[in-house]
Ligand binder design. Structure first.
Ligand SMILES: Nc1ncnc2c1ncn2[C@@H]1O[C@H](COP(=O)(O)OP(=O)(O)OP(=O)(O)O)[C@@H](O)[C@H]1O
Ligand SMILES: O=C(O)c1ccc[n+]([C@@H]2O[C@H](COP(=O)([O-])O)[C@@H](O)[C@H]2O)c1
Length: 225
């Protein structure tokens, strides 16, 4: 059965770590990965670029990339972009039997118990966590630092490649990729400080940031995007 894989984030801006993760999961699961920008990320203060700009940067980042796409559904909703609401909308659209996978970094996994109606996430989708530097996700660590999350994921733990065998309810840790050091926070800090930053951003995204003078980067006059 076709696996429907979604990767939600603030993407403020999208960086090469996000893309490396999305392409590695695409290849490992042989599925299209849809990146889904949050209009109003529930756990973040005001974003730096607006939702349309963040979505546009995602378009540029995935342009020409096989098996990567952008889903704008959270931009069409009012209020905080709760994942459980997004998954309900996806479930209604895709039907009861479609396997749905929601990707998160392990830093987010360790906070999952703070998400809105978080236990319902597993009735709607599988959760696939991607290891992130500084956020250990082996079972012992999760048990110690987020016991409620551990209680949910321990009985659900499977190999990522088996998630397509059922519509929802599984958990997998994706480790087929060296840890990625990028973060949007550090990327924004480098831009604002005038330090080198391009190597963490897809070239078309870097050009868009310059063109629009986002994140404290001095605007250029070349208007190709
Ligand atoms: N380097 C990374 N390795 C693994 N997961 C990551 C990495 N960067 C981001 N993620 C995950 O991708 C999702 C979307 O991330 P987000 O758009 O918030 O970027 P971010 O780099 O975490 O941003 P910020 O630094 O502003 O918090 C989150 O689940 C996050 O945990
Ligand atoms: O539903 C929630 O309560 C919730 C709380 C925190 C984060 N999320 C989602 O998790 C994804 C990553 O969030 P962030 O803040 O790390 O960019 C993004 O899709 C958010 O909408 C969702």
């Amino acid at each position: 059965m076709t696996l429907h894989v979604y990767y939600g984030g603030t993407f403020d801006p999208v960086h090469n770590g996000h893309l490396a993760i999305a392409t590695a999961v695409r290849d490992a699961l042989d599925a299209t990965v849809r990146l889904l920008p949050a209009a109003d990320p529930p756990h973040k203060d005001a974003t730096h670029a607006d939702a349309d700009q963040r979505a546009r940067m995602l378009d540029l980042a995935v342009a020409g990339e096989r098996g990567l796409a952008v889903d704008r559904r959270e931009l069409h909703r009012e209020g905080p972009s709760y994942t459980v609401d997004t998954l309900r909308s996806l479930r209604a659209e895709l039907g009861d039997q479609a396997p749905i996978v929601w990707m998160i970094g392990t830093d987010s996994l360790l906070q999952l118990h703070t998400w809105s109606r978080w236990r319902d996430l597993f009735t709607l989708a599988h959760v696939l966590a991607v290891a992130r530097p500084g956020a250990h996700a082996d079972a012992q660590w999760v048990a110690a630092s987020a016991p409620a999350v551990h209680a949910q994921i321990a009985p659900r733990w499977r190999e990522a490649t088996t998630l397509g065998e059922s519509p929802s309810g599984g958990f997998a840790l994706f480790e087929d990729l060296p840890l990625r050091p990028e973060s949007s926070t550090e990327l924004r800090r480098r831009m604002a400080a005038g330090e080198p930053w391009d190597e963490w951003a897809p070239p078309a995204v870097a050009e868009y940031i310059r063109r629009h003078g986002l994140y404290g980067v001095r605007a250029t006059r070349h208007a190709s995007l």
